[in-house]
Design a protein. Structure first.
Length: 325
């Protein structure tokens, strides 16, 4: 509780530096956005701020697709931020991300360097670009006990209604792929619905050029399958087993979804290896589709996204972005 109180107080007094030349690179999974952002950063002497909700966790490398080699361009190592900043098994959240983003952002531009925000977590991207005014949401034990009695379909309907009431964009379908996530999302939306006198916090929106990597659906699906096979061959199952052996509870890994959900289920003998692969492949395809739905929604909400064809050579992609600088 002390952490939250201190943060709210210091947030009000922070002197945010608005930077009109921040660049945002977004796109669905397997679109090559990280390698593009790194190549661009090398070209314009920029630093990258990650916008990935799972790459914040240490020792969760293969399953989250950190691909840290992407940050090596020739003999140059591109500096990145907000990767490996939280312990696996914990539940890093949007409130913490917003705080950490602004710390990294002000550090970068305070040194006269251009920041590149890069990732596929649409909620994180929109929260910082739009200056969402967030408050720490405490645990509501009574509400949780009540919600535990409901099944996932009932929780989903309740969350959808709360979002309508709050006119909220804070949660999407990735928040309702299991009961624990859905309950937390409902807890947050309920808190905001009942807080009628929210304290205004001095968090300005960020003026950023936004570029999206657009990739053909069939090619995206092919790349997702190939990448999944590669990750499994490179030790993704062993990575999850290592986390379990360290004492992280299966339910905490399942909470992270996608690779960690299905590989954990396989390792605790809930599903077979073949079932794990098929279910995970489908889930990642669905996830990529939801990412694109979020980005299209951002456009409807007033964000201008300049789309770049995935198939273009790297030099042309960089040239296209530099034409706007």
């Amino acid at each position: 509780m002390v952490f939250f109180i201190n943060f709210v107080q210091t947030t009000v007094s922070l002197n945010f530096i608005l930077h009109k030349n921040m660049i945002t690179i977004l796109g669905p999974t397997a679109s090559g956005k990280t390698s593009f952002a790194a190549a661009l950063a090398a070209e314009i002497n920029a630093e990258i701020i990650s916008a990935d909700s799972r790459q914040v966790y240490r020792n969760m490398d293969i399953g989250t697709g950190k691909d840290l080699d992407d940050y090596k361009i020739g003999d140059k190592l591109i500096k990145y931020h907000l990767i490996d900043i939280a312990e696996p098994g914990t539940k890093y959240n949007l409130f913490e991300y917003q705080k950490d983003f602004y710390n990294a952002y002000n550090d970068i531009i305070g040194r006269g360097v251009t920041p590149i925000l890069c990732g596929g977590t649409g909620l994180y991207i929109e929260a910082v670009l739009n200056g969402y005014k967030l408050l720490p949401v405490p645990e509501n034990k009574e509400l949780r006990l009540e919600l535990e009695k409901k099944d996932l379909d009932e929780l989903t309907k309740l969350l959808i209604q709360l979002k309508r009431d709050n006119k909220s964009n804070m949660h999407n379908s990735t928040d309702i792929d299991n009961k624990k996530r859905a309950i937390r999302a409902i807890e947050i939306e309920t808190y905001y619905k009942n807080c009628h006198n929210l304290e205004e916090r001095n968090i300005p929106p960020i003026d950023s050029l936004i570029f999206g990597i657009e990739i053909d659906r069939d090619l995206r699906r092919k790349r997702i399958t190939e990448r999944l096979l590669q990750r499994l061959n490179n030790g993704m199952v062993d990575e999850v087993k290592m986390l379990l052996d360290r004492g992280i509870l299966p339910e905490d890994l399942i909470y992270y979804g996608l690779e960690y959900k299905y590989v954990t289920k396989y390792l605790i003998n809930e599903i077979t290896y073949d079932d794990m692969f098929r279910s995970l492949e489908i889930a990642i395809h669905q996830f990529a589709k939801r990412q694109m739905t979020w980005f299209r929604g951002m456009e409807r909400r007033g964000f201008k996204i300049h789309w770049i064809d995935f198939s273009l050579p790297m030099e042309q992609k960089i040239k296209y972005v530099k034409s706007y600088l």
